[in-house]
Ligand binder design. Sequence first.
Ligand SMILES: [Fe+2]
Ligand SMILES: [Fe+2]
Length: 184
Amino acid sequence: MSLNNAMTADFLRSAYGGESMAHMRYLIWGEAAEKDGYPNIGRLFKGVAYAELCHAKNHFTVLKDQVGDNTVAAGAVFGHTNIVENLQGAINGELHEINQMYPVYLETAKFQNEKDAQRSFHYALEAEKIHAKLFQDAQDSAKSGKDIGSETIYVCPVCGFTELGDNVEKCPVCGVSKDKFQAF
Ligand SMILES: [Fe+2]
Ligand SMILES: [Fe+2]
């Protein structure tokens, strides 16, 4: 792991902050979903929270030689009301990462030839695309008062790739074998 450019380092710190908050927010919303009678959407939130932890860990690890204190500014979603609105918050956060944040961070890391940061941003971007879709499908169910199905949710511990049900034999993003995946 190495890091030579201040702007890529700033973007890693911001992404670390954003992922850390997403992780916490999804645990809170997951607990609320379970209490409201949507145990499978609760599990989805918990599985995706774990994926965001993996992203935060990747960014933090790329920054490991940047020893010191920093103030971190990161996009954050607020609101804790009902399941449909909480899912909208989740969708909005994921779409921000997909359409604004990670493409710009990734291009910067490419421009600055920061290979480790590129990988970390690429992994997150690919997973967030799936998360947005999973949350959208969950919201469609919740709008008609229904929970999602009871399929196991699998998350790749390396890149945060997330799947609903048992569809892949190894991670399509980073190649890690399925037996390493976390199940929720
Ligand atoms: Fe995500
Ligand atoms: Fe992966």
